[in-house]
Design a protein around this ligand. Structure first.
Ligand code: 4AD
Ligand code: MG
Length: 483
């Protein structure tokens, strides 16, 4: 039954941004701290800021006071007054408190002290109740909204590409198989291999590594499309930039060459970052402080020269440097760490794949700005990329960011049927699985392009979090799929 005269409860973000509008009110949230049996710092997740609630402990039941512990959920009714203390402009004079959910201080792991991110990863179901993770997740949410806003404003159609697929878009063989076959005793075919004809889909299927190939089909009818969804890679990379399950944004555009593609990608990244600069100021200021503290704990020569907000603004305000792979190799060959043997992988000749140490050298030490590398050797890139006139390189482009390395990978797509067929054959890819993809080159083929942005890497850059596991609610990495 609804309480009579129940006061409407308000969100802290609304109260604290326009405190003059409020007087008597109810708030609901979780206790961050409770000091001196008097000051509750309450947070409801709507903002980084807490509301200080003043308890009159002389008039409050001791049994109730005992239940006001960090992590407990409360409903508080009170009067909003100008704060006499420092650190907040208003505070709530408590009239009544209802304990909605207790949190036993002996058992609740998120206490008001500094917890390491490693520790919090093991408490991933509770870590969003900390200031850092709630800020990161609000920014993550805002960035996803900005992504849709950008493409919708530009007339792109949002399409949902399948999660279960029979093709390996990137051809790297890093797929998670999807099967209902009995793992103990799968039926074998005449050649002694698992017979996927009896499997759920009547063929071998996996979780997708990219929605690109399907997005291409829709671009060849809708013109400009984007897909934004989860992608999966079974690569055994235990790094601070790899997840086994991550979200990718993949636009695909008909009648679009590599230059147009780079222009869209650069504009897109700048748009999303400006979007949060305008809308997530308080969270960014908090994360900036955290970032600076973390940097200051590092040796001087490893510290970031800029603060977080400064870094974001720098990216928004400056042109990305566009450099061909060939130029980049020349720069790297002559570079000090290459000559002095400081790179783990020494660059000897044209054609080698770049490692993240090389990418970071180009971005952080040499150009000191985001870099778009283009025209990579065909040998090291995926089958669908368009072969250039020189027959050696493809119209590919990667965008490299400070701290992050590769944030975007994209290309102009091979639209010429014979060229594509030859490439597929040469790379030993199963052509039968791609008959529909080849059809796009048979009927109304167009010069077209697209790219994929690793969403978590963007969130990492925007929040200054050094480990990718701390920017997705429940990270999936080798040996780790809890929660
Ligand atoms: O460069 P990638 O592999 O490109 C593609 O998948 C293309 N099909 C995209 C396209 O053209 N539509 O991946 C794109 C981006 C990378 O630049 C990186 O930011 C991110 O996805 N990424 C990962 N992010 C987190 N964990 C991983 N394991 C990632 N692998 C790639
Ligand atoms: Mg790539």
């Amino acid at each position: 039954m609804a309480k009579k005269n129940a006061m409407k409860s308000y969100r802290l973000v609304d109260i604290l941004s326009k405190p003059n509008k409020y007087k008597n009110l109810t708030v609901k949230g979780w206790v961050r701290t409770f000091r001196g049996n008097r000051f509750i710092a309450l947070n409801d997740g709507s903002t980084i800021e807490n509301l200080q609630c003043i308890v009159n402990f002389e008039q409050t039941d001791e049994s109730l006071l005992k239940k006001i512990n960090t992590g407990a959920a409360l409903e508080i009714e009170g009067e909003l007054i100008k704060s006499l203390g420092k650190g907040q402009s208003v505070e709530l004079l408590v009239k009544s408190i209802i304990i909605l959910g207790e949190a036993n201080p002996e058992k609740y792991p998120i206490q008001p002290k500094k917890h390491s991110f490693e520790f919090l990863r093991e408490k991933a179901h509770l870590r969003v109740r900390t200031a850092t993770f709630s800020s990161v997740m609000r920014i993550r949410s805002m960035l996803s909204f900005a992504i849709h806003q950008f493409f919708q404003e530009k007339g792109f159609c949002y399409i949902h590409t399948p999660i279960i697929t029979g093709n390996d878009a990137e051809g790297a063989g890093e797929m998670f198989r999807v099967t209902v076959l009995n793992p103990k005793n799968p039926e074998l075919n005449d050649e002694g291999n698992v017979d996927f004809k009896n499997d759920f889909f009547g063929k071998e299927t996996s979780l997708t590594v990219s929605g690109q190939l399907e997005a291409e089909t829709y671009a060849q009818g809708l013109g400009k499309v984007y897909t934004f969804g989860p992608t999966f890679r079974a690569e055994n990379s235990n790094t601070a930039r790899h997840l086994a399950e991550f979200w990718m944004v993949e636009p695909e555009m008909a009648f679009c060459d590599l230059d147009d593609n780079m222009n869209v990608a650069e504009e897109f990244i700048k748009y999303t970052l400006s979007y949060i600069l305008e809308r997530c100021e308080k969270d960014l200021i908090f994360l900036d402080q955290r970032f600076v503290n973390e940097e200051n704990s590092k040796p001087k020569n490893e510290r970031s020269e800029m603060g977080l907000i400064e870094k974001i603004k720098f990216v928004v305000d400056n042109n990305f440097k566009r450099v061909s792979y060939t130029e980049a190799i020349e720069i790297l060959k002559k570079s000090k760490p290459n000559r002095k043997g400081k790179f783990k992988y020494i660059i000897k000749e044209w054609g080698t794949d770049l490692q993240s140490e090389h990418e970071r050298f180009l971005v952080e030490k040499y150009f000191k700005t985001p870099v778009i590398l283009f025209d990579y050797p065909a040998e090291i890139k995926a089958f669908y990329m368009r072969i250039n006139e020189d027959k050696k390189t493809v119209s590919a482009m990667d965008i490299l960011f400070p701290d992050i390395g590769e944030i975007v990978g994209g290309s102009q797509r091979e639209e010429r049927l014979e060229v594509l067929e030859k490439r597929i054959e040469k790379m030993g890819i199963d052509r039968d699985e791609l008959w529909w993809y080849l059809d796009l080159r048979r009927f109304g083929s167009t010069p077209h392009s697209g790219f994929g942005l690793g969403f978590e890497r963007l969130v990492q850059f925007a929040t200054g979090m050094s480990n990718i596991r701390d920017v997705i609610p429940f990270p999936r990495t080798p040996q780790n799929a809890s929660f």
